[in-house]
Design a protein around this ligand. Structure first.
Ligand SMILES: [Zn+2]
Length: 380
């Protein structure tokens, strides 16, 4: 059960609203309620319009990502802004730079557009007049343009602050990545992000007019930066390990004729989310633990695995790195990748193999650090 619901689909991308989005209407209406219910309505409608601009901002990121062949899961709008969820990360600094910049660029275009419409309808003096009376007098039609232009300028500027995982932070990381290792670039960008996050809290504490959402955004940035560092480390470690090295020859395998009753016995002892299905040693496809459990719940133990086999399984070669395997796993229809060597099926890479590879790498690193320390002690 997700805490969001779909409101539209644009270019094949679902746009979802988080349930807490109702807060946006309340917070939007609040300052305008001094002019009665009509003022409140103006505030609520305006905040909806601003979130429409945020949705277009996210669509900017999403369409550039799609142009680079990166599938987009969906766009979700929450009270602290929007998120476009990509199924994979950008492959080069240039891709990351262009995807990140596309969002604020949309807001710049919108600001110019709304300014032009405002000037067209009200004339420049009318718009200047509306700017001066904005928030001081009861809301009028001219105030719509002031609100939309200023909101889009703010959105462009705010998102370009160098606070990973916000757009400006991604731009900073991408620019640093031209000259540094990706992980090092991410670590530097994360330090900058945390300084900015602390700055958000300071601004919120010291200013009367700061948005009440600022501390929440600070938290998202602070922990989001940490997640980006972990992701960069994961990428480095996985890109050093060949997929063929982690597949387990002992992973349980099913045949199409295996009954669901037999399969459930295996499920009880195996943590794997996906299993190989083969016939006489030949790879047929995979079956997921979720599908098996669902089928057993519906049909009982007497069905066969054959009905649940998924044949569209992404393939990597044994020499391809685990990072390549992970990328295909995240994009693919099932959470598994088949590893082949010279046309022969070796086994599957699932999230379990990826997690184990990370765990082993962490332990090895700890060991290397310990022995390095001992060496220094010995020499002294
Ligand atoms: Zn953005």
């Amino acid at each position: 059960m997700r805490a969001s619901f779909r409101v539209a689909t644009v270019f094949g991308i679902d746009i979802r609203l988080h349930v807490t989005f109702v807060l946006v209407l309340l917070l939007g209406a609040w300052p305008w309620l001094v002019w009665g219910p009509a003022g409140g309505l103006f505030g609520a409608v305006m905040s909806l319009a601003v979130f429409g601009c945020i949705a277009l901002h996210e669509l900017g990121h999403s369409l550039v990502a799609k142009a680079f062949g990166i599938p987009v899961t969906d766009i979700t709008l929450t009270p602290i802004g929007g998120v476009a969820v990509l199924k994979d990360r950008p492959k080069t600094p240039t891709q990351e730079l262009l995807i990140a910049i596309a969002g604020p660029a949309v807001n710049v275009v919108l600001a110019v557009l709304f300014f032009a419409v405002g000037v067209g309808l009200e004339g420049l003096p009318g718009l200047v007049d509306a700017l001066q009376s904005f928030g001081r007098e009861a809301p009028r039609a001219e105030h719509i343009w002031v609100m939309l232009v200023s909101a889009n300028i703010m959105l462009a500027l705010f998102n370009m602050l160098p606070a990973l995982p916000m757009d400006g932070g991604r731009v900073l990381r991408a620019v640093l990545s031209y000259g540094l290792e990706p992980e090092r670039a991410t670590r530097i960008a994360a330090v900058v992000a945390r300084v900015v996050a602390i700055g958000f809290v300071a601004v919120w504490a010291l200013s009367e007019h700061a948005s009440p959402m600022l501390p929440f955004i600070a938290l998202v940035v602070y922990f989001g930066a940490g997640a980006e560092v972990r992701e960069a480390k994961l990428t480095r470690v996985l890109s050093q390990i060949p997929s063929g090295d982690v597949v387990s020859p002992y992973a349980p395998r099913f045949e199409p004729g295996t009954t669901l009753g037999q399969a459930v016995m295996v499920l009880q002892v195996s943590p794997l989310p996906v299993f190989t299905v083969e016939q006489s040693g030949r790879f047929v496809g995979v079956v997921t633990a979720d599908d098996l459990l669902e089928a057993i719940r519906q049909r009982g133990a007497f069905g066969y695995v054959a009905a649940l086999v998924r044949r569209e399984v992404p393939v990597v070669q044994a020499t391809d790195s685990l990072d390549v395997a992970r990328s295909k796993l995240l994009r693919g229809p099932v959470r598994a990748v088949a590893v082949m060597r010279q046309g022969l099926f070796l086994g599957l890479v699932t999230e379990v193999e990826l997690a184990r590879a990370m765990e082993v790498s962490d332990r090895l690193q700890a060991k290397v650090q310990r022995s390095g320390w001992l060496e220094r002690v010995d020499r002294s």
